[in-house]
Design a binder for this molecule. Sequence first.
Ligand code: HXC
Length: 517
Amino acid sequence: MSTTHEKIEQLRKRTDKIKLGGGLKAIEKQHALGKMTAHERLHLLYDTGFYDELYRFAEHHSTTLGMTDKQLPADGVVTCMGAVGKRLLYASAQDFTVMGGSVGHMHAWKICEVMDMAMKQGAPYVSINDSGGARIQEAVDSLQGYGKIFYYNTLLSGVVPQIAIVAGPCAGGAAYSPALMDFIIQVHGTGHLFIAGPEVIKKATGEDISAEELGGAVAQSARSGNVHFIARDDSHAIEITQTLLSYLPSNNMEDPPYYPTEGLDLEPVDDLNMIIPDDSRESYDMYQVIERIADPESFFEVHAHFARNIIIGFARVNGHVVGVVANQPMVKAGCLDIDASDKSSMFIRFCNAFNVPLVTLVDVPGFMPGVEQEFGGIIRHGAKMLFSYSAATVPKITVVLRKAYGGAYLAMCAKALGADRVAAWPTAEIAVMGAEGAVSVLYRNDIKAADDPKAKRKEFVAGYEAEFSTPYLAAARGMVDSVIEPKDTRAYIGIALEALQTKRELRPQKKHGLIPM
Ligand code: HXC
């Protein structure tokens, strides 16, 4: 019979062995690739480096393909809880040093268990992916495990924030777990995300492409739009995760963290009056506007590399977290296209689910015209924006800076979609379409018949602009509450946010709406 002291020693030895994962050689290999181990990543993520590991002693049950004698420490995944920014956070980190971090029955069960705890306790969940995918030896048990992970991702959706870090291979069906989560952070160079890898593609279609070109962070962020943040390395991925969490409530029953400031800042921001060029065809940089409206250094952009014609991100105004959606006139003139609609709709729905007020900055000439856009389903995709804004019951504040034409004006959270406050700058042009287009439709015959068609067209354009390309028609009909000087925009949003803190909006009960997909 061993003594208590011996049993404690035995526990220590077992723990140390398990914490070493696949052993020193495998850890060296992991480091040589520029990757941290699962424990190193978690140590960096949690406050003071402390986390409580759950199910450390879990073992696989498989008896197939020589698995009986195989010992897989923690079954290749560390599952735990701890605090980040002093708030509870659950996480799982796949351990590539243990059989390539492959997913067997217990591995998946452990992940589902911490997700279940996160859901019941209202804490965010972070999943660090670094895995060769379904453990081949565990066959259908592995597939069942993945299915359960997807099921829990869906249960957690809209209840607690879910963040995926792709820090190694994440291929095949495995890619669908990050895809079901709210934000994906991918590590440049080591993270790879794809459904079918280069070899499969070569066999299926004959196309030649490297793993990095196909599933690297740049491709998956800028081209496919699956990934929200590119990290330089593992520690940068952790830093992004911590920053992102600092803007988010722990669950859908809480408000985002509020950073009290010394009262309302109502000071004018004078140089906003100089932002809009005299020629309305000239572009300007919307980032300059956002930076002047948000609290200093508080704007945290999401999805920066994808659909750059629209900007989304979190910011603080007088300490209150807001979600910013803004057209970027410098890219595609700020038009809304398929990708911009998808990008912003997902963000709007996230903000609504997690009680983040929406601030929308409008300078939009319209939906992007083109055969490719039409055949790609711009109608269906653009409808997502109308749906997302209309369905959102969080405070919605809209500021029209310049162009606000047609359906795109509505899609950028116009009053008709339930905006609580709509302000317009004096440079706003709120109309069915721009002057040139309108004049061509309305006065085509008059222009053709004129002695000097060019001069006549100019005259009509000037007349249209004076009457329609202003904010005053919309203000006269209550679609704009205030026409404000640009310099007063920060104060306007600050006051509106304070007033809307108590906003309550009830809708008829239903199972769920049917967002166009
Ligand atoms: C069992 C696996 C494994 C897997 C890796 N290993 N992937 N074991 N099942 N899926 C093992 C390797 O045999 C090796 O064991 C160790 O992990 C490290 O792997 P290496 O190949 O040495 O590492 P590396 O050279 O870095 O290559 C990484 C890799 C490669 C590219 C991920 O391992 C690979 O191609 N693995 C298979 C990927 C795959 O086809 N998975 C199934 C996808 S389908 P030893 O003992 O030698 O150290 C899928 C379906 C999910 O996931 C569906 C959900 C709906």
